[in-house]
Ligand binder design. Structure first.
Ligand code: MEV
Length: 438
């Protein structure tokens, strides 16, 4: 049977499902039942989700958890986190509580600039292009006014537009490199609309520029798109306390813990293999909040990792020092986030998450997200340098294994109790289930 189809998007949702289950599944009935089981009974709510993307067939659930007790600049937050990985929310909560008792997190937004570029080809005299750009720049701004005026009323808009010569990299390659302030919006649509207008103005004005030869007039716009690399949209999050306040457990002194922690950060600063995993742990916290608040975690991921390699080698996003008996742990990261537009007013759970956070501005959200990342890294390094990661991880994973074996509530209670004092491994859990069922 052919597994391809034309006009799939034109089919109704039920027709799409019928074609899929009949074409790709041996047990089409149970596949169909499962897909429909995840539909929401509220038809309006389901339709809303159906219309977020194309070819929706069902919903894909992720747990939405909450990590309470985050003290950030003397304000308490319960942070919503959407994530599938067991132990992330528990780790965030533990770190929140730990720092709550030690003064909490301090954060600052360092900058909020976004970037977009029109990439174009020009084959001619560079001096003439520079002259042309001087005349072009005010026109670019004026002709984008219908797009920018509302943003300007609120205090944002286009900050600057530069002509950049990239001919050392590619023959004939230039850019309009523009910077924007998009306030509480992530700004992707705003920036891309401005850029596409810049491209139109650029082409039209080039045709009319009298100093250009006919070849020079023929500017070829390759593409107009925002950059997800936002090194000037930066937030800083920090914690600090006296070394002696870093009491960990009876097996390790505060001083030894602080020193091991510092070395763990130093290793991530110099060793890319470790830095990637170290930063992945940070992104466990960041992505979960970014997703729960309806923001674009792919954009954030791309931008953050580019920032981590800005000096030519991939390195740790967090840093630590011990000076004069004071432990300090901090991070500066680029975060382009929005609290208006996009999914923020559309997805009911995103609205709920933003309300839970007290309807933050984009700047406030940058600070909350950065804290979630720093807290996650603190929790990971704390485990790694003391008990190891598996103890806590496997405890959290226990429930997944029990669910895999369809353990009853009664079995779960007994097994959770058993593994409070026994090491969790997949085989140990299986053996205990079998023993219980014998
Ligand atoms: C697991 O998701 C994240 C960690 O590997 C992070 C780290 O190693 O720092 C625990």
């Amino acid at each position: 049977m052919t597994k391809t189809i034309t006009g799939f998007s034109k089919l109704s949702k039920s027709e799409k499902i019928d074609w899929l289950v009949n074409t790709y599944f041996t047990d089409s009935t149970s596949a169909k039942t499962l897909l429909k089981q995840y539909w929401n009974a509220d038809e309006k709510l389901q339709q809303l989700h159906d219309e977020f993307i194309e070819n929706t067939i069902t919903n894909y659930y992720l747990p939405l958890g909450v990590a309470p007790n985050f003290l950030i600049n003397n304000k308490v937050y319960a942070i919503p986190m959407a994530i599938e990985e067991s132990s992330v929310v528990a780790a965030a909560s533990k770190a929140a509580k730990f720092w709550y008792d030690r003064g909490g997190f301090k954060t600052t937004v360092l900058s909020t600039q976004k970037i977009g570029q029109v990439h174009f080809m020009y084959h001619g005299d560079t001096d003439k292009l520079e002259q042309f750009f001087v005349a072009l720049k005010p026109k670019l701004i004026v002709e984008a006014k219908p797009i920018t005026q509302n943003m300007e009323k609120r205090g944002g808009g286009i900050l600057d537009i530069e002509l950049r010569d990239k001919t050392k990299d590619i023959e004939g390659y230039f850019q309009l490199h523009a910077t924007f302030e998009t306030l509480d919006a992530m700004g992707a649509n705003f920036i891309n609309s401005c850029l596409e207008q810049f491209a139109k103005t650029l082409k039209a004005e080039a045709q009319a520029f009298s100093l250009f030869s006919s070849e020079e007039k023929d500017i070829q716009v390759i593409m107009s798109i925002l950059s997800n690399y936002v090194p000037n949209c930066l937030v800083r999050a920090e914690v600090s306390c006296k070394v002696e306040e870093l009491t960990e457990n009876d097996n390790i002194s505060a001083q030894e813990f602080a020193e091991k922690f510092l070395q763990a950060v130093n290793i991530a600063e110099v060793e890319p293999f470790r830095a990637v995993t170290h930063n992945k742990g940070i992104m466990n916290g960041i992505d979960a909040v970014v997703l729960a608040t309806g923001n674009d975690f792919r954009a954030v991921e791309a931008g953050v990792h580019a920032y981590a390699s800005r000096n030519g080698q991939y390195t740790s996003l967090t840093h630590a020092t011990i000076e004069d008996g004071q432990f300090k742990f901090w991070m500066e990261i680029p975060l382009a986030l929005g609290t208006v537009g996009g999914l923020t007013k559309l997805h009911p759970l995103v609205k709920l998450a933003l309300e839970l956070l007290g309807e933050p501005s984009a700047k406030e959200l940058m600070q909350i997200v950065a804290v979630a990342g720093l807290a996650q890294n603190f929790a990971a390094l704390r485990s790694l340098t003391t008990t190891g990661i598996q103890e806590g991880h496997m405890k959290m994973h226990l429930m997944n294994i029990l669910n895999q074996f369809e353990a009853s509530s009664e079995e779960k209670v007994k097994l959770v109790e058993h593994f409070k004092s026994n090491t969790v491994t997949h085989s140990a859990v299986v053996a205990e289930i079998e023993k219980l069922r014998r």
